[in-house]
Design a protein around this ligand. Structure first.
Ligand code: SF4
Ligand code: SF4
Length: 189
C-alpha cells in the first residue's frame, strides 16, 4: 500500500520509541512474555502487521523474522486499505533485536482512539487477545511510564497525517463507539 510516511520518518519514530518502555522493569517477567510467545510462527493466521510503509525500515531478509505478504482486502481493515500488507512473525520470541521491533510491539498496551468530538487520545488495548496482559488487567498495580505514554502519543499524532493510518484509527474507533466498548482515556486526560 502507498504510504506518505518516509523511511527516514519511520526510523526517527523507531529511535524515539527506543528510549521508552511501558513500565520501569521488564514486564515479560510477569507473564513469561506472553504477547511475544503465544503464537505459532508457522501459523499464517498469526502475526504482527506492519503499518503502511513500515516495511521500508527492514531489508526483508532478517533471519529472526518470517514474512508474509497479504491482500489487505481480506482482513478487517478500512475500505481504503487495499493492496499488499506485510505481516511478520518472530522466529525466536521473546528475543529480538530490540531496536528493530515493529511498531505494533512498541505501542502495546496502548492504542489510539478518535473520540466522537474528533480528539486523538490513547486508551489501553481493547482488542480481544488470546492471553492476558497484567498491564491491561491490573493498570493500577502496574502504571505505565509517563514518558512512554507521551512518546507514544507524539508518534500517533505524526502517523495520523498519513491518510491510510488516519482511516485505520477512525475505523477502529467507530467500531468501539458502535459497540459501546470505549475504554477509559489514558492520555491526554
Ligand atoms: S506487555 Fe503485557 S503481555 Fe506483554 S510482556 Fe508485558 S505484561 Fe506480558
Ligand atoms: S518483535 Fe520482539 S517484541 Fe515483538 S513480538 Fe517479536 S519478540 Fe516480541
Amino acid at each position: 500500500m502507498k504510504s506518505s510516511i518516509k523511511k527516514s520518518t519511520y526510523k526517527a519514530i523507531y529511535r524515539l520509541l527506543d528510549r521508552v518502555s511501558p513500565v520501569n522493569f521488564d514486564c515479560g517477567t510477569l507473564c513469561k512474555s506472553r504477547c511475544c510467545t503465544y503464537g505459532d510462527i508457522e501459523d499464517d493466521d498469526f502475526g504482527i502487521y506492519l503499518l503502511p510503509g513500515e516495511e521500508k525500515v527492514f531489508n526483508g531478509d532478517e533471519e529472526w523474522l518470517r514474512w508474509t505478504c497479504e491482500e489487505a482486502l481480506f482482513y478487517d481493515f478500512p475500505d481504503s486499505w487495499f493492496g499488499d500488507l506485510f505481516f511478520v512473525r518472530c522466529k525466536t520470541p521473546p528475543t529480538c533485536p530490540r531496536e528493530m521491533r515493529p511498531l505494533q510491539c512498541r505501542f502495546f498496551p496502548l492504542a489510539p482512539h478518535m473520540t466522537e468530538d474528533g480528539r486523538l487520545v490513547l486508551i489501553l488495548n481493547d482488542e480481544s487477545l488470546p492471553y492476558s496482559c497484567p498491564l491491561t488487567e491490573e493498570p493500577d498495580r502496574y502504571p505505565l511510564e509517563p514518558d512512554f505514554i507521551k512518546a507514544t502519543y507524539t508518534v500517533w499524532t505524526h502517523l495520523m497525517r498519513d491518510r491510510l493510518i488516519y482511516d485505520l484509527v477512525v475505523f477502529d474507533s467507530n467500531d468501539r463507539i458502535k459497540r459501546g466498548t470505549v475504554m477509559k482515556t489514558v492520555y491526554p486526560c
